[in-house]
Ligand binder design. Sequence first.
Ligand code: AMP
Length: 302
Amino acid sequence: MSLLVVGSMAFDSVKTPFGEREGAIGGSATYFSVSASYFTEVRLVAIVGSDFPQSELDFLAERSVDLAGLERSEGETFKWKGEYGFDLNTARTLDTQLNVFQDFRPQVPDAFSESEYVFLANIDPELQASVVEQVKSPRLVACDTMNFWIEGKRDELVKTFGMVDMVVINEGEVRELAGESNVLKASRKIIEMGPSTLVVKQGEYGALLIQEDSVFSAPGLLLEDIYDPTGAGDTFAGGFMGYLSSEEDMSDASLRRAVIFGSVMASFNVESFSYDRLRVLTQTEIETRYRQFSDLASFDRI
Ligand code: AMP
């Protein structure tokens, strides 16, 4: 029951039709860790600059996120700037400043090298691969990415996908990477690259769990108040992997529950900027929303 994540920690500047926030705490590994911490302890491998607030690191530590793999460098933290139109499913990247990521070589501490569950959050695919090589015999390695890497480092990304069991990725990215508009055909092309399981995130419409001979479709919750979708994918992945590693059960039923827990966590995250909503979430709220998902998609078999 040990979950390791490598990914970005960031300052995000985000504009949505409902408001904007400059320099909010973000990053794929940050969102993932906070979300997964509701299910299990998390081991974080990432880098921040000297400008990253100590209070945020204290918050993560309080939530049982082990920071032994966090490097603190002299430079500036990674920065991402993006905006959303009324279609909140697709972010438009306006600026990416890698900063301390430029020279980052992730070091998995000895104490983390036997982690059983590994999540390679959105980060340079070469760095993702180097982390897989440092973990001894994981039960499950899952991986995310984004268009920035599909377009900039395609070959390296395909190589990383060849090293993982599962890919958790947006529908648009599945199409772009596979060069195929039909999601099922595109997913099969990605499965041919190596992973046996694909989780396709469909924004507000839900998520698909695709294996060679099966498909499970989870609905999206029809939320009335969505402020900022940033981090929804990473928060989904945190709930998904956090649940799987806490259960130590990789059966089909458990994978399906994990998809719903991922959807539950993402549905909370979009209700505020940064991960403000996740700071104050309770177990009862998580369980109540899980039941809402179950009610939303339940119907009789005839
Ligand atoms: P998502 O879950 O897809 O909305 O992820 C949003 C997060 O990804 C933001 O908090 C960003 O800081 C982070 N991000 C954006 N671009 C990159 C990138 N090229 N590499 C790593 N992380 C990124």
